[in-house]
Design a protein around this ligand. Structure first.
Ligand SMILES: Cc1cc2nc3c(=O)[nH]c(=O)nc-3n(C[C@H](O)[C@H](O)[C@H](O)COP(=O)(O)OP(=O)(O)OC[C@H]3O[C@@H](n4cnc5c(N)ncnc54)[C@H](O)[C@@H]3O)c2cc1C
Ligand code: SF4
Ligand code: SF4
Length: 435
């Protein structure tokens, strides 16, 4: 076997909450597990959230221990900033071809001291903070990122050399190249999660055009304890908003965008954010424009009723257009479904689009997994074994298989780990029988 091949019992693709849970469950059973994550840190979307419904627990208080647990687990190895090129069955084993993308920082030398960040003169919008604040061209993605290794954003780097000059360990390496390697395992768990529904085709919602129209993930950052402003402010002028509106099903249940399905979490996270906003801005009016409220999980209906009792206004309406209003306000034009069906307009200081979920990863051309009509990974027997895919020995969990909340994601990741473990034992029994 060449030195570029690393051998494990299981490979987990994706280091979000589903991947971390599946890897921890397999690692705790004594299996050697590799996690392949395309981003520079593990943690997925959950580490970017503020608090989580229905308990309003702090998201990073749940995610950080799992991230640290995986990083320090004797049976788990992390491969971050790694791109999956192929996932194949070869002679009864799973082979993942992986490309380690260049960080332009030597991971073995970097001690995470951030001197390079302080020295770098280039400022670019920080996507981890919803684009509201800036980061440097060389940076550690966020304060509790794992691993704490810097990476350089070459597209914005001016090649001034200041980071290399201040780095105490000589870790900056402008000439670093991608490194290809293979992970050989007996089983794989795919947990590639989701991206937000893109709304650039939905011009009538004004995203990126109308000031003070933001996405729900940006609002998560505004509400987070380590958020960009440490409080909720209107991005255009830093004013505390007196009136905030949520537009539900923005990019879900919308055939014109090719996304006819319900993303399942948006009603609940909008209600959660509205409750958190009521605490942060007690005098603000909060309105949720919705088509149907889908409070499907344990305790969720009560959560919805509590929000109504707190004074959050729910308006059954289809929002037709979002436009720039007077000054920096936003005008919402909607069809009032519970009244006469007529068109009404209202002005708000800030409008949040409750965007939905599309798959982050498409297996086409990379492996033999296929997708369902919703483009999420097809499972062969959703009622009997929900994590089973069309590839023998490959299991799926979390939003990679379809939209779901954290409770269902974690339960499914545990189930996928159990299926993978059963599969590994069955191989053990088979090889014992053959011996
Ligand atoms: C605004 C918002 C608020 C939310 N609030 C809540 C809440 O309060 N409560 C709740 O229960 N749920 C909430 N959710 C839903 C929650 O975020 C998801 O249920 C959860 O994050 C799903 O985890 P996951 O691991 O399946 O996916 P992700 O978190 O998307 O993780 C997938 C990981 O896989 C990686 N990846 C993708 N493709 C590849 C590849 N090819 N190779 C390697 N790695 C790859 C990604 O980089 C990512 O790290 C919210 C969602 C949103 C959008
Ligand atoms: S690259 Fe150097 S300066 Fe930057 S965090 Fe790593 S060790 Fe510190
Ligand atoms: S070389 Fe690039 S990353 Fe380093 S300090 Fe200069 S601009 Fe920043």
């Amino acid at each position: 076997m060449d030195t570029n091949t690393k051998v494990f019992d299981a490979v987990v693709i994706g280091g979000g909450i589903a991947g971390l849970q599946a890897a921890l469950d397999l690692g705790d059973q004594g299996f050697k597990v590799a996690i392949v994550e395309k981003d520079a840190s593990i943690g997925g979307k959950m580490i970017r959230l503020s608090k989580v419904f229905p308990t309003l627990d702090c998201a990073s208080c749940i995610t950080t221990p799992k991230m640290a647990g995986a990083a320090h687990h004797p049976n788990i190895t992390l491969f971050t900033y790694c791109e999956l090129k192929a996932l194949k069955r070869v002679n009864g084993a799973i082979e993942a071809s992986v490309r380690q993308k260049p960080r332009y920082v030597d991971a073995d030398k970097c001690i995470g001291c951030r001197q390079c960040e302080y020295g770098c003169p280039v400022m670019v919008p920080d996507e981890e903070q919803g684009g509201f604040t800036a980061r440097k061209a060389i940076y550690i993605p966020f304060s509790n990122a794992i691993p704490q290794i810097a990476l350089m954003d070459v597209e914005n780097c001016s090649l001034c050399g200041k980071c290399a000059k201040v780095c105490p360990t000589g870790a900056v390496d402008y000439f670093q190249k991608p490194v290809d390697f293979t992970i050989k395992a007996k089983t794989a768990v795919v947990t590639t999660g989701f991206s937000l529904t893109p709304l650039d085709q939905k011009k009538e919602y004004g995203q990126g055009k109308v000031q003070n129209v933001i996405t729900s993930l940006q609002m998560e950052r505004l509400l987070a304890p380590h958020g960009p402003y440490m409080r909720v402010l209107r991005p255009s002028d830093g004013k505390e908003p007196d009136s905030i509106a949520y537009v539900q099903c923005a990019g879900s249940r919308d055939k014109s965008l090719g996304i006819p399905y319900c993303s399942r979490v948006c009603c609940m996270y909008a209600i959660k954010q509205a409750m958190l906003l009521s605490g942060a801005l007690p005098l603000a009016d909060i309105t949720i424009y919705y088509m149907d409220i889908r409070a499907f999980g344990k305790g969720y209906e009560q959560f919805f009723q509590n929000a109504k009792a707190m004074g959050i206004e729910f308006v059954k309406a289809k929002v037709a257009k979002i436009e720039q209003g007077e000054g920096q306000s936003v005008v919402v034009r909607y069809e009032a479904q519970e009244e006469d069906g007529g068109v009404r307009t209202r002005e708000h200081d800030l409008v949040v689009l409750s965007v939905g979920m599309i798959p982050e990863w498409n297996p086409a051309g990379i492996c033999d997994l296929t997708t369902s009509s919703d483009n999420f990974i097809r499972t062969v027997s959703p009622k009997v074994a929900p994590c089973l895919t069309e590839m023998e020995g490959v299991f799926v969990a979390g939003v990679a298989a379809g939209p779901k909340d954290i409770v269902d994601t974690i339960a499914e990741a545990g189930a996928a780990a159990m299926e993978a473990s059963k599969y590994l034992y069955s191989l053990g029994e088979a090889s014992k029988a053959a011996a």
